[in-house]
Unconditional design. Structure first.
Length: 213
């Protein structure tokens, strides 16, 4: 099968510059920075992920045999949830979507009237026909995508600091508190950093506050 997809669902973007915008989320299975297995979390490059991206057993997930098959599934979910055909928007996410996404898939989805966005860790090259690029870096050394619409850094991280990225070519720079047992402390650190460095804006996972996917 061509594509392995964990889930496809309609919801509200909860983070970054487009927070609040309705979208189809197409979550690809798999990631190049962590296997998704708890047994390997401690040794993974990204060891704080809070997303289940393994398998194809989520809502509308599955193995899609072609770009046409997947693009049609995305359009069908949009049609079944809203009658609006002017604001079609899809976010390719993961795991790491750059492991599977390609220009043909993006072209076919755009031909159905969708604006196409991606949320990536930035370590793999991307199709050139995407409309919106969000990079959430987990490493400095192997960052390939060094420009885009927004850079969203989860904070704090042991191995990387915001100062490493602020010279890159992004329109928006966001810092987002790591969602773990120390969340309140992480939020305070993010607030302190933003106040000292006004180039950076605070991003919150509003989907967690309001209880949606």
């Amino acid at each position: 099968m061509r594509f392995k997809v964990k889930e496809i669902f309609y919801s509200i973007q909860g983070e970054g510059a487009r927070s609040g915008r309705p979208a189809i989320f197409c979550r690809f299975s798999g990631c190049n920075l962590w296997s998704g297995q708890e047994s390997s979390r401690k040794t993974a490059v990204c060891n704080f992920c809070d997303t289940d991206f393994n398998g194809v057993d989520g809502d509308n997930g599955g193995r899609f045999r072609s770009e046409e098959h997947l693009s049609s599934a995305i359009e069908s979910i949009w049609k079944n949830t809203t009658g609006d055909n002017k604001h079609r928007y899809v976010i390719f996410t993961g795991g790491e979507p750059a492991l599977q996404i390609n220009e043909v898939l993006v072209r076919l989805v755009k031909a159905k009237g969708f604006e196409c966005a991606i949320e990536t860790n930035g370590t793999l090259s991307l199709p050139k026909n995407l409309d919106w690029i969000t990079v959430s870096p987990k490493t400095c050394d192997s960052l390939v995508v060094r420009c885009g619409n927004e850079l969203k850094l989860i904070f704090p991280q042991e191995k990387i600091a915001p100062e490493k990225f602020q010279a890159l070519n992004f329109k928006h720079f966001f810092i987002q508190p790591k969602y773990d047992k120390d969340y309140n402390k992480n939020l305070s650190k993010c607030l302190e950093f933003c106040l000292k460095h006004p180039k950076w804006k605070l991003s919150l996972q509003t989907q967690k506050y309001i209880g949606i996917s």
